[in-house]
Every structure is written in C-alpha cells, then in structure tokens.
Design a protein around this ligand. Structure first.
Ligand SMILES: [Zn+2]
Length: 465
C-alpha cells in the first residue's frame, strides 16, 4: 500500500506516487502579529508528523511554509504597541520559531517571509491585470472573482449565497463584494509600502502565498495544507490567482485541511480570554503529551479541547514510558539468549503492517496509535519471557514510530536521591515492613517517579514525561 490522502477539493483519496522528483508541499504559516496559540500548534504538529512519516516512507519531500510579515493585522497591532510593523513582525516571528522548536516542529525546509517576495507578488498581479482578471480602483488592485468560474468549488459554496462580511474591503468602487485585494495602496508616508506600477502599496494576504509557491515550488505542485478555517476565502483565492495567472489547472493535486481546535466547543478569541498560547501550554504540559493529544484525533476532525484530553494524553505517555522502561530493563538484564534476527522480524511484522496501513490510509493517526498500544499490550503479556534481543527490537520498533509523532521518550538517568529511596524501600520490603515500604514509594511518587516491582528487580522511571 502507498500513502493516500483525501483531497478536500475532489473529495477523493489520492495516491501519492513515489518518483525521483521530490513531493512538493506548502502549508500556510503564521501571520506574526501576536503569540501563536494551540490551534496553530495543532496544524504545525499534524504537518510536521506527516512530513516525518512521508520521508520515513521513502518520499523525497520539499516542504515550504510562509510567514506573513506584511498584513493589516500587523499594522494595527504595531500601532497599538507604538512600534513599527517591521519590529512587531520580527518580534512575533522570533517567538513563533521558539515555540516551534520547543514543540519539536522540525520538518519545514524553508520558511519564506512575504516581504522577501515583493517582486514576485508584483509580477503575478501584473499578469492577472494583463489577462483581465484584475482591475484597479482608487484604493488598489482587486481580483475579479466572477471571472474565475471555479471560485467556490473548494469550500463548496454557492457564490450568490455568500454574504459580504468576510474581510470586507472598504471600497465602493469594487465591482463585486466578493472581489479581494491583490494590492493595497499605502496612503500615509509612514505606512508600510513598496513601489509598484500601481503606486506605493503593499500586497493583499492571498497573493503573498501564491507568489512564494510559484517561485519556490512552481505553478503546480503536490500538496497544499492548512487549517480548515483557511479554506474560504484564503485558499479559494489562492486557486483563483494561481490558475488564472498561469492558465494551468489544477494548482495543487491534494488539498489537506486540518480540523478546527476549539476550547470546549467555543472558538478561541481575545475578547473571550479563552485563547491558550503555546508558551503557556508548554509550561503546564510535556511536549510528548501535547503531541500525543494532537495525534489522538484524525487530522480532519475538530478537537474540542478540555483539560481532560491532556490528562488522558499524559497518562498514555506514562504507560508508554513504563513499557519502554521495562523493555529497557529486559534488553539490559534479561536472561534468555538472543533470538535469531529473522525470528525477531516475524514477530514484529503484523504490528508493523497495522501501523503502516493506518498511516497510509489518509494519515489515520488515531488508528496508528491504537495499533501501537495494542503492540504495547502484546509486549506486556510476554514481557518477562522475552529474550534480550526481543526486548531490544520491540523497544526500537516503538521508539522509532513514536518519533514520527515527535514523541521522544529517553531512558532518563534517575537521580541519586531517588535511587537511594528505592534501595531503602527494597530493604523495608525484604524485611516485610510494608508500611515503611509504602511510605517511601509515596515519597518517590511525589518526586515525580513511578516505581514498579518486576521479576528483574525494582524499576524506576519518570512519570508523565
Ligand atoms: Zn496561506
């Protein structure tokens, strides 16, 4: 089986064929006007894991993301903060990159700033003007949506039913309320702007992405991803701009949209004060638990976030760490001799297949995780009968697959103090002072470690890592 992804536009599962050419993927990145929240983190985690899996499966992948550093939201936020839009954008870009590093988002090959592509943006607008898809007003240049027939196909909307109200351009000279800005004139001298054939101004949001992708990935490429909320008008407008300017269709082969993350069913918003910033989330929860929580839902499904989800994820990570610690112990001290490598492989094959089947089927991470947990149960059932080689192979199998989700469980060194406590407890236990032994076990738990009695002696490992 090969990797299949459900394309939002056609509604069909598309096979991603392997070839010598790299698979080209673009994912909409942040508009850097404020701290990123956990909804952004989800989208990033999904595509980071997807890229890790595709590369691990033998695809060459070229992954580009944009950084919107020119936008009205940035201009407004900068005015409020009393600094330049440039300084504000750089501040939040830095913060965003630190958040990504902390979350172990490592897959994008290139993060392209819109401000570095002004020439390409102007070039694309000029082509749209020439081909008659764009027109000028006194406030800037607009894309004439009605001229591009497929507009609305991605978000499955009847254009006549779309009411004005989304990002309205305050310009009465527009031919239709659906028309969106490609270029906005900068009126005040201190306003952000670049010279252009239509006067000093700045790009509209949608054109930034197609100018970047046309330059870096070409006029047509394989996968375009982003949050579900970007489908309309953002992605719809990207299709219109790129297909109208190049005359080539389809713009991308697969559209991959990630479900919305709400807080208990309510949209995150500044006015409701329910937004959870990534940095504050990372203070409370481990990266492993956060990434497991994201992967526990199918990427297209919405997540209604509650604290309970993180509690479950944290408990799941503890049970994974516990299984890995025991496998470690057996691999190190188990008694039966090593098994022949071929026998090792045959034992793992059905688990390997179940994992791959789930991942290849529209990146079904909840099913893939379920297959890993059933693998853990299978290990547990035979834990103390395993040979050292078997335990080693099982541990490797698990670690490798967890790493695809950005989950990294390290065999941690246990502090001397905790090891001392464990020794003391063992002495109590041997002398049958069970109350004393329990008291020390509680001390160990409070210190953040779990203690497990095994046939190979007591085992300590960190809780909820
Ligand atoms: Zn975008």
């Amino acid at each position: 089986m090969t990797l299949c992804i459900l394309d939002t536009l056609s509604g069909e599962k598309k096979i991603l064929r392997k070839s010598k050419k790299a698979l080209k993927m673009f994912v909409c990145g942040p508009t850097v006007y404020g701290p990123a929240h956990i909804g952004h983190a989800r989208v990033e985690a999904v595509f980071d894991s997807f890229a890790r899996y595709a590369r691990d499966s033998g695809y060459q992948l070229s992954y580009v993301q944009n950084i919107t550093d020119v936008d009205d939201k940035i201009i407004d936020a900068a005015r409020e903060a009393g600094i330049t839009p440039h300084a504000l954008a750089r501040r939040y870009e830095k913060e965003y990159l630190l958040d990504m590093k902390a979350l172990r988002i490592v897959s994008p090959d290139r993060r392209a700033r819109a401000s570095d592509f002004i020439e390409e943006i102007i070039g694309q607008i000029a082509r749209l003007m020439k081909k008659g898809f764009a027109y000028r007003t006194s406030s800037g240049v607009y894309f004439e949506v009605r001229k591009f027939k497929p507009y609305g196909a991605l978000s499955k909307q009847d254009l006549d039913a779309v009411r004005p109200g989304w990002r309205i351009e305050p310009d009465s000279e527009k031919k239709d309320h659906l028309d969106f800005a490609l270029w906005k004139n900068s009126v005040a001298l201190d306003e952000v702007g670049w010279p252009s054939p239509w006067g000093r101004g700045r790009p509209g949001w949608h054109i930034e992405d197609t100018a970047i992708t046309e330059k870096l990935l070409g006029q047509q490429y394989d996968i375009h991803g982003g949050g579900n909320d970007l489908k309309f008008p953002h992605h719809e407008s990207e299709i219109a701009q790129q297909e109208a300017s190049s005359g080539k269709s389809p713009f991308v082969s697969v559209w991959m949209h990630v479900g919305f993350l709400s807080i208990g069913g309510v949209k995150m918003s500044k006015s409701l004060h329910n937004s959870i910033e990534i940095s504050e989330f990372l203070e409370k929860h481990s990266v492993n638990a956060i990434r497991l929580m994201f992967m526990s839902a199918h990427y297209r499904s919405p997540i209604s976030y509650t604290e309970r989800l993180m509690e479950q994820a944290s408990a799941a990570i503890t049970s994974i760490a516990s299984a890995l610690a025991r496998l470690d112990l057996v691999a190190l001290r188990g008694t039966p001799p090593e098994l022949a490598p071929r026998k090792l492989v045959s034992w793992l094959v059905p688990h390997e297949n179940a994992f791959k089947e789930a991942m290849d089927d529209d990146f079904n991470t909840p099913a893939a995780l379920a297959s890993l947990f059933s693998f853990i149960s299978a290990c547990e059932a035979r834990m103390w009968q395993m040979s050292r080689g078997e335990a080693f192979a099982a541990r490797h199998f698990l670690l490798k697959r967890l790493a695809l989700f950005g989950i990294i469980v390290k065999a941690s060194s246990i502090p001397v103090l905790i090891r001392g406590l464990a020794k003391k407890r063992e002495a109590f236990r041997v002398s049958k002072d069970f109350a004393g032994a329990d008291r020390i076990r509680r001390e160990i738990t409070i210190a953040g470690y779990a203690l497990l009695d095994t046939p190979l002696g007591p085992l300590i490992f960190p809780n909820g890592v």
